[in-house]
Ligand binder design. Structure first.
Ligand code: AP5
Length: 221
């Protein structure tokens, strides 16, 4: 069992790397961004509230996000562990998460930080395409679908995310620098932080993480 947290700027490749790690370690995926996109698609009250913030590239208020994460950690069985993706994003969320983990007697094993520079992110997000039905992510240059514009998994027409406009991406980066980047120092103090080069191909980063984690686990036994 392994419980991990994946952090990084918007578009750093968290979701893409997460999908490889989830499969390998059979983890439950807790992506607050995906949860909000699903709620928006359903038109739920949570979705309607979240959309006001997400479309502007702003963060959804902490109380709402903390409540969603706590509910999942408390009520969903995760026998092989979990991957928290895109949470926490503020100091208040990190403190709330520590309290949740303490209350539920859950131990965090690693915090993966994907380091990528801003120019590459802007290109990646401009080239990103997503499936509005199953959520699969593509990239017109680095990970094109087999048939241009069509999802490999379910055949749905691919779209660009509403918050991938240049304006919104710039705002998301500003917010990352202000609210989320300081959390790296917070996790560095806990000795859990593992920084990887997110500019490398996904599989290279994946193998680096697996070999480091397996080394850590072997050390524990
Ligand atoms: P969220 O969905 O978490 O967005 P994000 O953090 O901005 O991250 P992205 O999903 O944009 O990117 P990613 O890092 O997963 O990159 P990807 O793998 O797709 O959140 C969306 C919004 O929801 C937030 O802005 C906020 O409003 C709200 N929200 C969510 N969580 C919240 C919270 N905790 N508190 C408050 N509000 C919250 O990759 C990007 C592209 O690059 C793809 O095209 C991919 O194919 C390509 N690519 C990826 N890796 C590589 C690689 N190694 N080489 C080449 N290409 C690559």
């Amino acid at each position: 069992m392994v419980n991990m947290l994946i952090m990084g700027k918007p578009g750093a490749g968290k979701g893409t790397l997460a999908s490889k790690l989830l499969e390998h370690y059979r983890l439950a995926h807790i992506s607050t961004g995906n949860i909000y996109r699903e709620e928006i698609a359903k038109g739920s009250a949570i979705g309607q509230e979240a959309q006001k913030y997400i479309s502007q590239g702003e963060l959804v208020p902490d109380d709402m996000t903390n409540g969603i994460v706590y509910d999942i950690l408390k009520n969903h069985p995760m026998p092989h562990g979990f991957m928290l993706d895109g949470y926490p994003r503020t100091k208040a969320q990190a403190i709330a998460l520590d309290e949740m983990l303490h209350t539920l007697s859950i131990k965090l094993d690693v915090v993966i930080n994907m380091d990528v520079d801003d120019e590459l992110l802007m290109i990646r997000m401009a080239d990103r395409r997503v499936c509005p039905k199953c959520g699969a992510t593509y990239n017109v240059t680095t990970k094109p679908p087999k048939t241009a514009g069509v999802c490999d998994v379910c055949g749905t027409l691919l779209i660009q995310r509403a918050d991938d406009s240049e304006e919104s991406v710039k705002n998301r980066l500003r917010i990352y620098n202000r609210a989320t980047r300081p959390l790296l120092g917070y996790y560095e103090k806990t000795d859990l932080l593992m920084t990887v080069d997110g500019a490398l191909p996904t599989l290279t980063v994946f193998y680096e993480i697996v070999s480091k984690l397996d080394g850590i686990n072997r050390g524990h036994h």
